[in-house]
Design a binder for this molecule. Sequence first.
Ligand SMILES: O=C1C[C@@](O)(C(=O)O)C[C@@H](O)[C@@H]1O
Length: 250
Amino acid sequence: MSKIIGEGTQPLICTPLVGRNQEIVLAELANVLEKKPDIIEWRADFFEAIANTDEVVALANTIKEIAGDLTIIFTIRSIREGGQTIPLSDSEAMELNAAICTNTSVEYVDCELSNLPEHFQQLCKVARENSTKIIASFHNFNCTPSKESLEERFTQAEEYGADVAKVAVMPKTLEDVLTLLSATLEAKNKLKIPVISMSMGELGAVTRLFGGVFGSTVSFAVGQSSSAPGQVPIEDLNTVFHIVKKSMGM
Ligand SMILES: O=C1C[C@@](O)(C(=O)O)C[C@@H](O)[C@@H]1O
């Protein structure tokens, strides 16, 4: 059975695939499977053939088939939120997300909150009809907005009808890291849907290791390649999660 985000006491470990073609993606997949993550995120914005819907759908199905019981997240990260430059407009990217919901058994599709609300809600509708879940995400690679602003992003995700709310921001100080953790705890207590959060970069790495204590349900870790600054190797996360479980019971 594939794991569901928000279930269980420990955060799930997700590792990204960032290959630019099928051969590289599948080689990465074979490599990361040995490290036994809970979730694989396919960052399709790195994929050169992203404009070819049939090719993307076929590769998503192959990843799912090879990954077996592992949960899959399909993500097109936009350039404005730290992703790659892609030859698709926002609405074309949404159509591709919808095609993934309709034509694959990928469990989760990531959708940025910065999309038009009507596009976001249309995708949620298609996702629901196909039993796919939507992760509503917000990223800021430059700074950490105020705690109130982060809380608004979490709340907005729930209001938009997403199944999971995710916030990733860049700290400049340790106070920023605390802001992210504090907003995460608040959201965990307030929201009905699970939350994922991280403070990026070296300063924020502590949130990838201990964010679960404050309510984050997934930690993104390096299997083969990193998809954002500050991600730690899966092996290190396993060690830390083991210690947290032993000492805190979670
Ligand atoms: O949203 C996220 C989180 C992330 O940016 C990180 O900081 O680990 C990595 C991305 O691949 C993923 O889609």
